[in-house]
Design a protein around this ligand. Structure first.
Ligand code: SF4
Ligand code: SF4
Length: 212
């Protein structure tokens, strides 16, 4: 399903949702600290890698992360914002081509320049949490455990540090869901979101494109 959220829809609600973005910033700090604490115990450092996860097609599902990223985009100088927009369109077009041909798709996120994220402080949740093994608790009480990235495994295997150290994303996801609920009430927007970063950035105004 195509997503078509016009950024003008959010302008009138900006005063209402800005305090929620401040709370999201605090939640992001909490995520970064939780991640760093566990990564530090493993001795894992993300120094980039051949599989760079900024090439992965991650979908993001919250309006609050989108609006937070837009604050960062709107603070960029015009040249950088324009170049980012062009890159985003190219990524979206190539992704759509790959999908039409049934091919897998990996392409660098339009915010990545020379292996660095130019909006690092505004990056979405999954960009902050990817890399180390983690677990999620389901509503029925079951726990799903997921491995870290390949580079994590090879770094930690070499030091004999692959035994799982508990990293439970559940409370972080819950806090994100609560903030998202409040944001939806503040904006009155209930469209479902399923967008890559490139799709978020692909229209001239920075709003989501209509590419599936
Ligand atoms: S988190 Fe893992 S996959 Fe992503 S860039 Fe770092 S080492 Fe590579
Ligand atoms: S937003 Fe930043 S960290 Fe996330 S995929 Fe894009 S470049 Fe990488």
């Amino acid at each position: 399903m195509a997503t078509n959220l016009n950024p003008d829809r959010f302008a009138a609600a900006r005063d209402r949702y800005l305090p929620l973005l401040d709370r999201l910033a605090s939640l992001f700090e909490q995520m970064d600290a939780a991640y760093a604490a566990v990564a530090g115990q493993y001795g894992f450092q993300c120094n980039g890698c051949a599989d760079n996860c900024c090439r992965t097609r991650f979908y993001h599902h919250t309006l609050i992360e989108y609006l937070y990223l837009m604050e960062g985009i709107n603070a960029l100088d015009a040249d950088t914002a324009g170049e980012t927009h062009l890159r985003a369109r190219q990524v979206c077009e190539k992704m759509a081509d790959a999908d039409r041909q049934g091919k897998s798709f990996f392409m660098m996120c339009p915010l990545n320049r020379d292996e660095q994220c130019i909006l690092y402080s505004c990056r979405p949740m999954i960009c902050r949490l990817h890399g180390i093994p983690h677990e999620l608790r389901r509503a029925d009480g079951s726990v799903v455990k997921m491995p870290g990235c390949d580079a994590f495994f090879s770094q930690c295997r070499d030091r004999g540090k692959t035994d799982y150290i508990r990293f439970d994303r559940t409370p972080l996801y819950r806090q994100m869901a609560m903030l998202e609920r409040e944001l939806r009430l503040a904006t009155g927007v209930d469209d479902p979101i399923k967008l890559t970063v490139a799709q978020m950035l692909a229209t001239p105004t920075g709003g989501p494109c209509e590419i599936d």
